[in-house]
Write a protein that binds this ligand. Sequence first.
Ligand code: NAP
Length: 437
Amino acid sequence: MAFSNWCDTPVKERATYLLKLADKLEENLPELVALCHREAGKTVMDSIDEVREAVDFLRYYPTQAELAFTDPIEQAHFNGGMQQTQYEGVGVFVCISPWNFPLAIFIGQVSAALVAGNTVVAKPAEQTSLIAHRCIELLLETGLPNNVVQLLIGSGAQLGSTLTSDPRVAGVVFTGSTPTAQTINRQLAKRHTLPVPFIAETGGQNAMIVDSTALPEQVVRDVLRSAFASAGQRCSALRVLYVQQDIAARIIELIQGAMAQMQVGNPEYLSTDVGPVIDEKAQNRLLDHIQWLDQKAKFLARVSLPKSQKNSTFVAPCAYEIQSIEQLTEEHFGPILHVIQYKARDLDDVIKQINDSGFGLTLGVHSRNERTYRHIEAHAQVGNCYINRDQVGAVVGVQPFGGQGLSGTGPKAGGPHYLYRFAKACVSVNKDKEATS
Ligand code: NAP
């Protein structure tokens, strides 16, 4: 009943609730920033960016829905100009989100599913339940019928299989790690129902390639932001920096100097560059990897930790030189930079090694040689390739974001193809047939 009523609600009206929520998030910015500090350990700038991105999703998807679902010219663009199609929601959509973008990804998924005409069960990461709860409270204050969205708080390990094995689930959108996506995929496949849409946005083993024509100061600024912003807890974050041997010594020296200036500490202070990692479990996993690096790799740099660390989950941002990306068998989701030197003549082999990792999320390139960066861009199998800039912080509607291979199924979030995956085409009018009959 809730689904059929909501599905029959005009797109324009569905959109109104989300646009109102965007305004409410802006009005409640200080509270949401405080929640991001307290629950997710985000710095001031990261928290403001988090709310900004959530607002962007809440304005982009409703606008896009009106175009995608009602505008014949936009539809013709996507179906080859042949048909005018009516779209409607598919049913109950399960939205499962991670803690690292507790507001933006959480509400991004929910808003896309809702505006496309689905009812929603929203399962945020357990670590960031308060932020999700406050967001849904504000959503209900907009007047959204309260049987259209259900927040489900709890741990994924406990709720996950019950949720994704339920035959009433008509679609799942998931953002999180690749192994969890694979578990959900298996769970969905076991159901004795028709296959349903499964949109998964997952992890990466993101690299940056820096050749000898790059501007060193710009490289270092972008490496530090890409590797250490948000304590390296961004899916797009830089994990493996490939530097052409000829300039490696200079780049490494500059990275060491810049890291000596970084401040790790309480994320509520403006002076803090890097806050804690999400919890003790994540901290221990990262410290284990650093221990492994201490034995197997060449130490390059480490940022000092604050003196008082009682009950804290800081991980000091660090950099190590390794021999090959193959030494990294999984994504290390924290402030750890791996550096590899390469010879100019081996550039194609570098691209192949990156592609062979199986992940394909982001790639950074620093080069002032247009032929080189166009060559890399053409051959790298990644969702988002950034040239002569950092590789984090994709902007909704401007830089649609998503990976390929082990990094995601697509379509990209914040892009024009996304909403179609949440809806089904139900009535088509073939214009050519009409014209000739
Ligand atoms: P995660 O452990 O895979 O968890 C993601 C979500 O899945 C959480 O809500 C989690 O709940 C839930 N979950 C866990 N097991 C489940 C199961 N069996 N069935 C259903 N749901 C289950 O990932 P995370 O540690 O929160 O987030 C970090 C990961 O997300 C990284 O790998 C990062 O690269 C990736 N990420 C990707 C993107 C992208 O756009 N590609 C964006 C952001 C993050 P609980 O937390 O309550 O267990």
